[in-house]
Write a protein that binds this ligand. Structure first.
Ligand code: RFL
Ligand code: PHB
Length: 394
């Protein structure tokens, strides 16, 4: 079989790329290792930058998000038992949208099915070949049968553990990495969110985050050990620990309800450069990872594929390859700024070392500065709602 663009992975990056290409009349085949049920129920990110909202709307997949998503014009930073609101809208003119990644994925899968173009679930043995030459191809197995997919380009949208980046000889990529000495224990609960806006809480017992998926579903996280054993975290202990970390002088109380999902997420910062290797393009988590504190992972994936879709459009419709050539540099310039922001939020809010009293005082001073200085809160807000995306120049 043959296509123009072979897309490996049906996460937000692969599915949105397919949709943006389809809008330009460019054919693609998506190969996904997991089942449709699995990818549509994988609970992950929840915050969309305002321009991610625009990109999804322009892609024609935003109708349900606009109906069901929650627009947030502010975010709460809490430390030393006091909550401080950063007014995103008045500081930047924009807010963010709370809408679960799995909902974005469902909307994109639906659009893909409507388009009539192929999306293969549960493929295995994916391997990519000859991406340095003019005629790359992908081999894979589907329902036990070996298949070959010839293409013009391969889009590696297969996440951090995928095959695309792993197919490159180590000499061709430069890796930049920081692994943090903690993880997040995340829960989803059938409980009305106790706050209308997200709360990022600094606490000496460790960071905690209150987020949500709807008016009836809370999403909460607490800093834990990287090798935390979930068996040691019965529901009561999770609620108890969360309540301690959200404790405030005004008597704020969490709203408790049945926990429907519980998981531990390791934290890392990671970039693989460059993002283009001949006719292979890496996007999203396949090329970079951010710690979730800045809420940027899904947004970076969306920005990468927007840039790539325009570059592929210029190749097919204007016979121009300059945008394909600049893809990696354009994306990386913005990615590094987002890496910096995610690292900074993470460093400011987490406990790194049990007995480093100096760092704790320094964090409190930094948080105090951020919430009391207009320029400092504006800088946080400008990054949180999303740095501008210029697909031509970074
Ligand atoms: P994905 O979503 O990992 O999708 C990759 C897809 O490729 C498939 N795959 C393969 N398919 C075929 N062959 C192979 N050999 C394959 N290997 C893998 C996988 O099954 C999968 O379907 O990557 P993508 O599309 O780049 O999207 C990236 C985002 O998923 C990720 O950055 C975010 O979830 C990160 N993230 C957050 N991002 C935000 O923007 N805002 C947030 O609030 C936010 N919170 C989070 C997060 C991630 C979290 N976890 C669990 C990692 C909160 C958490 C807890
Ligand atoms: C989430 O709702 O899952 C979420 C929100 C904000 C973050 C990370 C995750 O920074």
């Amino acid at each position: 079989m043959r296509t123009q663009v072979a897309i490996i992975g049906a996460g937000p990056a692969g599915l949105l790329l397919a949709q943006l290409l389809n809008q330009q009349g460019i054919d693609s085949v998506i190969l996904e290792a997991r089942s449709r049920h699995y990818i549509e129920n994988r609970v992950r990110a929840g915050v969309l930058e305002h321009q991610s909202v625009d990109i999804l709307n322009e892609a024609g997949v935003g109708a349900r998000m606009m109906r069901e998503g929650l627009v947030h014009d502010g975010v709460i930073i809490q430390f030393a038992g006091v909550a401080h609101r950063i007014d995103l809208a008045s500081l930047t003119g924009h807010g963010v949208m709370i809408y679960g990644q799995q909902e974005v994925v469902k909307d994109l899968v639906e659009a893909r099915i409507q388009s009539g173009r192929p999306l293969y679930f549960e493929v295995d043995n994916v391997s990519i070949h000859d991406f340095d030459a003019d005629a790359p191809y992908v081999k894979f197995r589907h329902h036990g049968a070996e298949q070959r997919l010839d293409c013009d380009f391969v889009a590696g949208c297969d996440g951090f553990h995928g095959v695309c980046r792993a197919s490159l000889p180590p000499s061709r990529i430069e890796l930049f990495e920081r692994v943090y000495p903690f993880a997040w224990l995340g829960i989803l609960a059938d409980a009305e969110p106790a706050s209308e806006e997200l709360i990022y809480a600094h606490h000496e017992r460790g960071f905690a985050l209150l987020s949500m998926r709807s008016e009836a579903v809370s999403r909460l996280y607490l800093q834990c050990k990287p090798d935390e054993n979930l068996d040691e975290w019965p529901d009561d202990r999770v609620w108890d620990e969360l309540q301690k970390r959200f404790d405030r002088s005004d008597g704020f109380q969490l709203r408790v309800g049945p926990i429907t999902q519980k998981s531990v997420t390791p934290m890392r910062s990671f970039v693989a450069e460059p993002m283009r290797h001949g006719r292979l393009f890496l996007t999203g988590d396949a090329a970079h990872i951010v710690p979730p504190t800045g809420a940027k992972g899904m947004n970076l994936a969306i920005a990468d594929v927007k840039v790539l879709s325009l570059a592929l459009g210029a190749h097919y419709h204007e016979s121009r390859d300059d945008r394909l050539e600049s893809f990696s540099a354009v994306c990386l310039r913005r990615i590094w700024k987002v890496q910096r922001f995610s690292w900074w939020m993470t460093s400011m809010l987490h406990q790194f070392d049990e007995d480093n009293a100096f760092d704790r005082r320094r964090q409190i001073a930094e948080l105090d500065y951020v919430v009391t200085s207009k320029v400092a809160s504006q800088s946080l807000a400008e990054n949180y709602i999303g740095l501008p995306l210029d697909p031509n120049g970074g």
